[in-house]
Ligand binder design. Structure first.
Ligand code: SF4
Length: 683
């Protein structure tokens, strides 16, 4: 489907023959686009979409079209370096790879001898979501050396826990089936900023008569085109979903036969939903009761009805229960079994890839929640963190409690390694920096998690400077630390072959041949026809005992808003159309704006364009105010993934985010930041 006309200008031709090379985008985005990269004189001159992946359909986001600016930009790390200035200054002396790796190996061995392997903390996330770039030789290294383990829960942990417990991560509705839906509910997701290829499918469904409901505190582009926009108060989605459940139960809109045959725990869910009348939920969520009633009725009476559960609803103290309640709706409402009906969530588990090629079991070493990085660096004593190794990740920009993280990184007795593509806010604090390849300079497997699509990305140009791939560097560290048996592979190509051999034979051979493989479930499964829950008894577990025990108040319960008189405003930091998490945050962007509703601005005597200070007890952020009715009153917004250079005082939204954890999955509570805003001059 081709509703996006490409309006790009081709880059000026510099001379010499140009060739176009096919590869795939492995960045942390649901779409995993197929790319056509134009290369001239060994340099990337244009990046565009190809038609190999039908969802890509020849167009890509503006973010990756600009990726050449990262590849060749002034922030690129070109060679290994050893710190010369103070931590944070970013002054490094160039050294050879051999010297840098030798230094790291010595510090690893010293830390282990003095305080045990757990004094080394590896820190990574989805800077590349590719199968090659994370959880391979790196996992082998950390497991065999006995370092601390990292609980990677900064994103998708509560929704993942809910999806796993309810459905065993059953494959879900893919983009191409959206046009079959009569009702689409986009809940906590803004595809216009991330996962853009969903947008034309939603628009196509609307043209065919589908009703669109958007649940989001902001008037996102699709919310403005929706039939019902519920600008929910952040952190209250669970109440809204439970009110819909109650409406389904009370109105006789449930499919009793389906519930008997395919679910467990419905009575407990019914009981927990019972207090949530539409009026009570509307008051809690800050919504018009009539709009909530209309939504509940639409959901009760529409078929096929599709709920797209996003990640916006999980970023608060009630995020796990919100995901549980939202994902349970199609089971209670009897919405499965038809094309375009059911739920749509991450499809990352659709391929059933369990990384059998990592040749070591996970040891029982200390588990550090990544949202507690600041605490780990400044408070942990048994043992203290002596070595921090950061890769695929920029925690200063992305992890809660920014100031505490910076304090930790400033420790003189901490040895920090940053293995990075560009000089990030975190890399500035490193003792040793190592240059990493980007996906345009190395192999990787791009696995979509919106569509069901898997592709093999190839290097389109030689590595810039002395950059090396993750597989090569972690393989060599394993080798230098004596962690490999004689015959074990260490290099990127060895690892790629190992992965291809470990995939189902048909998948591996399709990838080798450059064609798109199809998993056992197909690429557009109908839930409860083609795929079923992957729970032990193949039933939907609506009231999993383990999650009831894990949630502080139990399942389907609501924890009240943390606002205080001093800090009454809810700060959210949603994904933007500029960065992929914090990736590309180094590129120049227009002045970053704090978005505030006119009522809140008037109450504070603030006007559009004012310089303001957003603050709470954790920190403050100086930026420019944008007054707009595109956000609900009481909620303000700064973009996710900002680098420190983007604001007036070098702190970003994460400086205002507490390191408290979600009710399920131990995720980050970004949207539980409660703040005040004042004019900068008066603050
Ligand atoms: S970030 Fe997403 S939309 Fe952009 S090129 Fe990569 S997969 Fe496509």
């Amino acid at each position: 489907m081709s509703s996006h006309a490409s309006s790009r200008q081709r880059a000026p031709v510099l001379g010499g023959p140009a060739s176009t090379v096919e590869t795939a985008c492995p960045l942390d985005c649901p779409d995993a686009c197929s790319l056509a990269v134009t290369v001239q004189r060994g340099k990337v001159i244009e990046i565009d979409g190809s038609h190999k992946n039908p969802v890509t359909d020849g167009y890509i986001c503006a973010k990756v079209r600009k990726f050449g600016e990262r590849l060749y930009g002034p922030d690129r790390i070109l060679h290994p370096g050893v710190r010369r200035g103070r931590k944070g200054e970013g002054r490094f002396a160039r050294v050879e790879w051999d010297e840098a790796l030798g230094l790291i190996v010595n510090r690893f061995q010293k830390a282990k001898a003095e305080a045990g392997g757990a004094s080394i903390l590896p820190f990574s996330y989805g800077g590349s979501n590719g199968l090659l770039t994370q959880d391979n030789f790196d996992a082998q290294l950390w497991r065999r050396f006995g370092t601390s383990r990292l609980d990677r829960t900064v994103c998708a942990a509560p929704t993942g826990a809910a999806n796993q417990a309810l459905y065993g991560k059953m494959p879900s509705v893919t983009y191409r089936d959206y046009p079959h839906a009569a009702l689409i509910v986009l809940w906590g997701v803004n595809p216009s900023a991330s996962g853009i290829h969903l947008v034309p499918y939603v628009r196509d469904a609307q043209r065919r008569g589908a009703t669109l409901v958007v649940v989001d505190p902001r008037a996102t582009p699709l919310a403005r085109m929706a039939d019902v926009h519920l600008a929910v108060r952040p952190g209250t989605d669970v109440a809204l979903a439970l009110a819909v459940h109650r409406h389904l139960f009370a109105g006789g809109h449930v499919n009793e036969a389906f519930l008997r045959e395919h679910t467990r725990g419905v009575e407990q869910l019914r009981e927990r939903a019972e207090p949530w009348t539409i009026d009570k939920a509307a008051a809690t969520c800050g919504l018009d009761p009539d709009a909530v009633r209309r939504f509940a009725e639409l959901y009760a009476r529409s078929s096929p009805a599709l709920v797209r559960c996003g990640w916006g609803l999980e970023r608060n103290r009630n995020g796990g229960n919100a995901a549980m309640a939202v994902l349970a709706l199609p089971a209670v409402g009897g919405k499965f079994g038809v094309r375009g009906g059911g739920y749509s969530m991450s499809n990352s588990a659709a391929w059933n890839i369990d990384r059998t090629w990592i040749g070591s079991p996970e040891p029982e070493t200390r588990l550090v929640n990544m949202n507690h990085l600041g605490r780990a660096l400044t408070e942990y004593t048994d043992p203290p963190v002596k070595v921090l190794f950061v890769y695929n990740c920029n925690p200063v920009a992305t992890v809660p409690d920014q100031r505490r993280i910076i304090r930790g990184l400033e420790r003189d007795d901490l040895f920090t390694v940053a293995f990075e593509q560009v000089m990030t806010d975190t890399a500035l604090y490193a003792d040793v920096v190592l240059p990493a390849t980007t996906f345009l300079e190395a192999y990787d497997f791009a696995k979509a998690y919106g569509p069901i699509h898997l592709d093999l990305g190839r290097p389109v140009v030689d590595a810039v400077g002395e950059a090396r791939s993750n597989a090569d560097v972690f393989g060599e560290l394993c080798s230098r630390l004596g962690l490999l048996a004689d015959e074990e592979p260490t290099g990127e190509l060895d690892l790629m072959v190992r992965i291809l051999d470990a995939l189902p034979p048909a998948v591996g051979s399709d990838l080798r041949a450059g064609t798109s493989p199809v998993p056992a479930c197909g690429t557009a499964p109908i839930q409860f026809v083609d795929v079923f829950p992957r729970t032990p008894d193949r039933k939907v577990d609506l009231f999993p005992a383990a999650l009831e025990a894990e949630a502080p108040l139990g399942l389907y319960r609501f924890q009240p808003d943390p606002a205080t008189e001093q800090y009454p405003l809810t700060l959210i930091s949603p994904a933007s159309d500029r960065t992929i998490s914090s990736t590309l945050g180094e590129l120049a962007r227009p002045d970053v704006k704090l978005v505030m509703h006119p009522e809140d601005a008037a109450a504070r005597g603030l006007s559009d364009g004012d310089l303001v200070r957003v603050f709470n007890d954790l920190g403050d952020v100086h930026c420019t105010l944008k007054v707009a009715a595109t956000i609900r009153p009481g909620t303000i917004s700064l973009p996710k993934g900002l680098w420190r250079r983007s604001t007036g005082n070098g702190l970003t939204a994460t400086a205002l985010v507490p390191d408290t954890l979600t009710d399920l999955g131990a995720g980050a509570c970004f949207n539980d930041a409660r703040v005040q805003v004042a004019a900068l001059a008066n603050a």
